[in-house]
Design a protein around this ligand. Structure first.
Ligand code: SF4
Length: 324
């Protein structure tokens, strides 16, 4: 760290730095500051947590730490794919930061004709549902119950945003207790008296009373939660797994490893790979094609014939030769 700061001081005093020297100085500053901070007395301390967009390679500046799950980490990029689940061509492909949430890629995976997106739970964030809804696109994605295992989740409460009421599994009703600055509902609080004499309290809360917080886009979550219980949702969601096969096929053609450095070239690799997979698909006789997802109950799960549906999915890409 002392050497890095010494170099930065020399660079800072130098005049007429070339573009390369200036960029090298900026990179050294970023790398020197992202893990270590210096206090007023000149002592170095490790930073807590991971700096956002932490640079992990000095030769491939767009590579990042990423996670596939809570326990599975990787370094590199993500590639995003979307396909038409019924005829199965890849309709969109892009490379992205390994550190970004999968849902953030969704705007790149849809086009002006897209009407329905069928994705797994990661694509069902409230903000992304609201964003897609504003563009006239329905997101069909399951909501994962949040909260402690075995305890009541928000889905167990009947929330009526129009009436501003919330009814709990024991039948008690709460009125809004919290509002945002703009007056929108932020949460409900059940009365201490109701909760203290409730037989279900052990499944509900360890506090003297239960609070139910609302997301600023709660109406989209409520609509999605309601739709999730219908046969139409199940019929549509059965179309989603076909995109998993597409990811597996792209991986068989080398997409698990980044052949090039940088996102732009990675985009090209993803495009070439997708083109190969689509060409192969076009030459498979109909008799050899696997059926999409499974049987769809009803008329396409309540979606009209000709509706443009896409299913997105992300895969991980790691560098060909490890970290450089
Ligand atoms: S603890 Fe309170 S909020 Fe929870 S079920 Fe009982 S009365 Fe309802």
């Amino acid at each position: 760290m002392a050497h890095a700061r010494g170099v930065l001081e020399v660079l800072g005093e130098g005049e007429d730095l070339s573009e390369g020297e200036r960029q090298a100085g900026e990179l050294l500053t970023q790398v020197a500051d992202q893990d270590v901070k210096i206090d007023e007395e000149g002592r170095f301390h490790l930073r807590h947590g991971v700096t956002k967009d932490r640079v992990i390679s000095v030769t491939d500046l767009e590579m990042r730490h990423g996670r596939k799950s809570k326990h599975r980490c990787f370094d590199g990029y993500k590639f995003h794919v979307s396909e038409d689940p019924e005829t199965e061509p890849i309709t969109g492909v892009a490379m992205g930061w390994a550190s970004e949430h999968d849902a953030e890629s969704l705007p790149q995976m849809v086009d002006d004709d897209t009407e329905v997106v069928i994705g797994d739970g990661v694509y069902g964030t409230a903000d992304m549902r609201a964003k897609m809804d504003a563009e006239g696109i329905q997101v069909v994605a399951p909501q994962r119950p949040a909260g402690r295992k075995g305890m009541f989740t928000k889905a167990d409460f009947r929330i009526d945003l129009n009436q501003a009421t919330c009814r709990c599994p024991a039948g008690a009703t709460a009125s809004p207790a919290y509002r945002r600055k703009d007056g929108a509902l932020k949460g409900f609080r059940f009365s201490r008296a109701d909760c203290e004499r409730c037989d279900l309290k052990v499944q509900c809360t360890r506090s003297p009373y239960r609070i139910v917080n609302l997301h600023s886009q709660e109406k989209h979550l409520l609509t999605a939660r309601e739709f999730q219980g219908t046969e139409d949702f199940r019929a549509l969601y059965r179309l989603r797994p076909t995109v998993e096969r597409k990811i597996a096929e792209m991986v068989r053609h080398g997409m698990r490893r980044a052949r090039y450095m940088g996102m732009r070239r990675g985009d090209l690799q993803a495009l070439f790979t997708a083109a190969v997979v689509n060409l192969k698909r076009n030459h498979v006789p109909d008799s050899h094609r696997s059926p999409p997802g499974g049987p769809v109950a009803g008329p396409r799960g309540g979606v009209a014939e000709g509706t443009r549906i896409v299913t997105p999915k992300a895969g991980r890409v790691t560098p060909l030769c490890g970290l450089r």
